[in-house]
Design a protein around this ligand. Sequence first.
Ligand code: 5GP
Ligand code: MG
Ligand code: MG
Length: 182
Amino acid sequence: MSKANDIKVKELKPVFTPEQIAARIQELAAEINAEYGDEPMVAVCVLKGGFMFFSDLVRFLHNKNLELDFVRLSSYGKGSSSSKHVIFSKDVEIDICGKHVLIVEDIVDSGHSMRFLLGQFAARKARSLRLAALVDKDERREVDVKVDFAGFKLNQGFIVGYGLDYAEHYRMLPGVFEVIPE
Ligand code: 5GP
Ligand code: MG
Ligand code: MG
């Protein structure tokens, strides 16, 4: 596993500008609004990486029966590699039974994290369970997880910014950048 301290960042190469992200979020919100109408719904932000995407997305959701909640998932290691070992350190506080659930995640890569969370939610009798992700690394799946509302598809490079970190750095950047190592 690569640890952050091992890799020095040479450059951050722009991948998605704040304007591109904002425009894509409008399109996703329109799709989500058309899908759910005013049916009881919970949008669940996956912390930490999903926080900026979630906060920008939900302000364009018009569902009058929308509730918001948060889970915290993390994987072992602070570096740039994914892990099959998921730590589930904060659950939702709202009862999702009978409601549509939309999980809002930063990136779906191998799919292990979302397979784990979908598994956790599956027994709770949600009316439906769907997944939105800012970035779908769809060619890198190791397990079968489908992103229902994907912002962008991207299968190469390690990206940061707009909520995404490299060893807890760069989350605050308003755009998405690829880390170019030294
Ligand atoms: P998984 O492999 O379980 O689908 O993805 C686990 C998590 O790894 C993602 O939710 C995301 O937080 C993180 N991840 C995957 N690819 C990247 C990337 O390019 N940049 C960053 N910052 N995190 C990533
Ligand atoms: Mg994530
Ligand atoms: Mg991370």
